[in-house]
Design a binder for this molecule. Structure first.
Ligand SMILES: [Zn+2]
Length: 292
């Protein structure tokens, strides 16, 4: 009985968090009825933004969305269960100012780390999902993120569930130094083991996916999807231009460019995210075959 109450409470908490995040994807959301797009600078009613899942109704620009909100867009209602919620960032090197900055990030976002990991169902098919949240330290990967992602991969392996990771990251978290870089090897090794056991890993790249995250788990998907217009690369375009002394082609490192060159399998608009994942799960998993 206690378990039912606990589950019910957790489901309500998740719904509340997803709703808060949806309305708080960018600073002015709460205060105003009309919100200006940072790209085309045209205004649209908040309600229209919400209906288009925070893609600009005028120009199609993708707003950043929170991890819980994204999960609420793909999971069957009531199926969300968070994994390792309590694992948080650690200031192992006593990096000047890091502890204070962590506190500010936690207060601002309500998150304890830059990734949310969970189990849930998509059209009745159980999956493990991780979402990097770029609102928290630019979705950078420190020990907390590496540990949560690794545990999610290991959980998927143990339960024989498909794995979906939504990446959005500025790269390794510099305040955690070499411990951050170690997470690249740790997460990659966990994925290699998961794949060797026959697990399905769908990597979904969102804006921006860069640095150590691109150079580790984000690039290891059996199937790689991307949101339209997302910046995906290792070093940013400015760094590359300065290094090679050449101007880069238009749209370099954007999803569309990477799809054309074979790095991304398919660009999937936010509105088609759940349907596309459902179709892939039906095609590639045993649970999917039962639901076909
Ligand atoms: Zn716009």
């Amino acid at each position: 009985m206690e378990n039912i109450f606990k589950r019910f409470g957790a489901a309500r908490r998740f719904d509340r968090r997803a709703r808060t995040e949806a309305a708080g994807s960018a600073t002015p959301w709460r205060e105003t009825v009309f919100v200006t797009c940072p790209k085309c600078e045209r205004r649209a009613a908040r309600q229209n933004w919400a209906e288009s899942l925070y893609v600009c109704p005028n120009c199609g620009h993708y707003q950043t969305i929170g991890g819980y909100y994204r999960l609420s867009l793909i999971f069957d209602h009531g199926s969300f269960r968070e994994l390792n919620e309590r694992i948080t960032a650690a200031d192992l090197l006593h990096f000047p100012g890091y502890s204070e900055k962590l506190l500010i990030q936690k207060r601002k976002t309500g998150l304890s780390e830059a990734v949310v990991t969970a189990t849930g169902r998509i059209d009745g098919m159980p999956v493990v999902a991780a979402v990097l949240d770029s609102r928290f330290f630019m979705g950078s990967m420190g020990t907390g993120v590496g540990e949560k992602v690794t545990l999610a991969v290991e959980y998927a392996a143990a339960k024989k569930l498909p794995l979906i990771i939504f990446s959005a990251s500025g790269g390794a978290r510099m305040q955690e130094g070499i411990f951050s870089l170690m997470q690249m090897a740790k997460t990659s090794a966990a994925i290699a083991k998961f794949s060797a056991g026959g697990g399905l890993f769908i990597s979904y790249l969102t804006h921006p996916t860069t640095g150590g995250v691109t150079a580790s788990f984000a690039s290891l998907g059996d199937i790689t999807l991307a949101e339209p217009g997302a910046l995906i690369g290792f070093a940013g375009p400015r760094v590359i231009e300065q290094t090679i002394g050449q101007k880069l082609p238009d749209g370099f490192q954007r999803s569309e460019f990477l799809e054309e060159h074979g790095f991304v399998d398919q660009i999937v608009p936010r509105s088609e995210m759940r349907a596309t994942l459902s179709k892939l799960l039906r095609l590639h998993t045993t649970a999917g075959r039962r639901h076909a």
